[in-house]
Write a protein that binds this ligand. Structure first.
Ligand code: NCD
Length: 360
């Protein structure tokens, strides 16, 4: 399967120079959004949200409307033919023939990649299960660029559900591409950062440390990125309850932080940041959500103006081998080629859709 369109499935599919150009555009849009009001006149964006969303969906829609384009889509698949058993392939094939750009969020890892294989327009990954969330990362990078004036030399603490949180996976992959960033992972052992992300950080030359209390790290941080415990991604309610409320950022802990720290959160917040912190000028999460519109305006403009085309499956199909991740799209939609990247010796394979590793 091969696609003729340029998609955004994972930021790592693009060189850093592409992201920085896009972020520069995001800064210019923030300074004068009205100057871009007709960039997408006559264009249609479809948003297919198979999972709940407030910010991502509405900021994409706002971005397109502010660029002069129009929007179609659903945010409740129960009201579409999905409820009749339609596959991702068929839904995206049809909707992409109605639109110029398609934004998709789905609970299974690798779904945006799967959609991009047959869509007749560019596909943007707005979150695929616990895997990746590249457009949140563009939002986060834009926030750092504006508020910290740099994307390098930062000590970044990431706290909470690091195993299931797709935003922190994409963010760490991206920030490890810039010089001298150091990561401090603050989580319980059950919710620690996946090994494949740690390997990418190391391979990119960045360093990380793992701790299990906020107090032991907060004083050293330039950026604290809080995350929600992802209740919907736990196998049982008991497992979720055992992790709930482990990390709560409050006014007392903020006293231990640097004067110029910024506190970020992709939102929604549940109870991991008390509302008293909202009054602290170092709390940046609401501003971050606002910047999401500028980041997505820049992304839509970039994707629609370049549209160079890209190949989407680069791995290999191994006879009888399938991904071991039950939450991978390839285990739910049978027509998809089960494509893997090999680490060289072909005994350790990596699923090309969800990055899960498998020894054969
Ligand atoms: C995040 C997501 O959906 O992954 N939210 C968002 O896109 N702003 C984080 C979350 O749901 O916890």
């Amino acid at each position: 399967m091969q696609s003729e369109y340029q998609h955004l499935i994972d930021l790592s599919d693009y060189p850093v120079a592409w992201w920085t150009k896009l972020l520069d555009l995001g800064v210019r849009i923030k300074e004068d959004p009205a100057a871009y009001a007709h960039e997408c006149d006559g264009k249609i964006m479809a948003t297919l949200f198979y999972e709940p969303s407030t910010r991502t969906q509405m900021s994409f829609q706002t971005a397109m409307l502010r660029l002069g384009g129009r929007i179609i889509g659903f945010d409740n698949p129960a009201n579409s033919s999905v409820s009749k058993g339609e596959t991702i392939k068929d839904t995206t094939k049809i909707v992409s023939s109605y639109s110029d750009i398609l934004v998709i969020r789905h609970p299974l890892a690798g779904t945006a990649k799967a959609a991009s294989l047959t869509a007749d327009c560019p596909v943007i990954n707005a979150g695929d299960g616990g895997h990746l969330h590249p457009t949140q990362t563009l939002t986060d990078l834009l926030t750092l660029k504006i508020e910290k004036k740099t994307l390098s030399g930062l000590t970044i603490g990431l706290c909470g559900d690091l195993i299931n949180g797709r935003t922190v996976h994409s963010l760490c992959k991206a920030l490890s591409m810039f010089k001298d960033n150091k990561f401090i992972f603050i989580s319980t052992p059950e919710l620690s950062m996946p090994a494949y992300i740690k390997d990418i950080i190391k391979a990119n030359g960045s360093t990380f440390e793992e701790v299990n209390t906020l107090e032991s790290a907060i004083g050293r941080l330039d950026v604290l990125y809080m995350t929600r415990i992802q209740q919907e991604r736990f196998a049982t309610r008991e497992e979720y309850l055992a992790q709930k409320n482990t990390y709560v950022l409050d006014r007392k802990k903020m006293l231990l932080a640097k004067k110029d720290i910024i506190v970020m959160h992709p939102l929604p917040r549940v109870d991991e940041i008390t509302t008293e912190v909202d009054e602290d000028k170092r709390a940046m999460y609401f501003t971050q959500a606002k910047y999401g519109v500028f980041a997505r305006m820049a992304l839509i403009m970039t994707i629609l103006s370049e549209n160079k085309g890209s190949e989407t499956l680069k791995g290999k199909v191994y006879s009888g081998v399938r991904c071991g991740n039950p939450k991978c799209i390839t285990n739910h939609e049978e027509y998809l080629p089960k494509s893997f990247r090999s680490s060289g010796d072909e005994t350790l394979l990596e699923c090309e859709y969800c990055d899960e590793r498998k020894l054969i």
